[in-house]
Design a protein around this ligand. Structure first.
Ligand SMILES: *[C@@H]1O[C@H](CO)[C@@H](O)[C@H](O)[C@H]1NC(C)=O
Ligand SMILES: *[C@@H]1O[C@H](CO)[C@@H](O)[C@H](O)[C@H]1NC(C)=O
Length: 191
């Protein structure tokens, strides 16, 4: 399988780019991608901002500034409705940076699910993202943060790209990419 970031740049239409917790929409000039607020994708949680001492620091990337955190409820889900609906292949990326937003200096650990499928356990102090290739059986996709009793779940950004079905030949189900990045200073590798 080719490295994912390659296919990430190959995809064209069918973008959903959500800056979770953001107060406004904007276009990120460097990559000319329009980021939306998460209003309309989720009802629960609250908007927060990382500690100001991290903004513009080594690990900073525009969509890490705001995040949405979920102090209430075990399971909080974003609902994505990609244009092409069910049966298509999508690449979904979830990004996280704790950034001491709650000033507790305690990085939470929580689970991420896609529909009913376990996807990933998030445990990060620096920024990371995780990606999955997924073929939904319904016209919408739920990305859920699940509280496992180790701190309040949060998310910084959620992105969806429609893939050419020929890139990944999976008929149904999902394919988690067996790598994840602790991006550190390499933020320029995000496209
Ligand atoms: C969480 O629940 C408490 C108590 O019901 C409520 O006051 C608070 O607004 C809720 N917070 C969020 C983000 O939903
Ligand atoms: C979370 O990450 C920290 C730092 O890498 C590690 O020490 C800890 O064991 C991890 N916790 C879990 C539950 O994986």
């Amino acid at each position: 399988m080719r490295p994912l970031w390659l296919s990430w740049s190959l995809v064209a239409a069918g973008f959903i780019s959500i800056d979770c917790g953001a107060q406004n929409t904007y276009t990120y000039d460097k990559i000319n991608i329009h980021f939306e607020m998460d209003k309309g994708y989720i009802d629960s949680g609250e908007n927060m901002q990382i500690s100001t001492k991290f903004i513009d620091g080594q690990y900073y990337y525009h969509f890490y500034k705001n995040l949405r955190s979920f102090p209430n409820g075990t399971r909080n889900c974003y609902t994505l409705r990609p244009d092409k609906g069910k049966g298509n292949t999508y690449l979904i990326r979830a990004s996280f940076w704790y950034g001491n937003y709650d000033e507790k200096n305690q990085v939470p650990i929580f689970d991420l699910y896609i529909d009913v499928n376990y996807w990933f356990t998030v445990n990060t102090s620096n920024n990371i993202y995780t990606e999955i290739v997924y073929v939904p059986q319904r016209d919408f996709i739920q990305v859920c943060l699940v509280n496992i009793g180790k701190g309040v779940p949060f998310i910084s950004a959620l992105e969806l790209r429609t893939l050419d079905n020929s890139i990944y030949q999976i008929e149904s189900g999902f394919l988690r990419l067996d790598f994840r990045y602790d991006i550190g200073g390499l933020r320029s590798s995000i496209r």
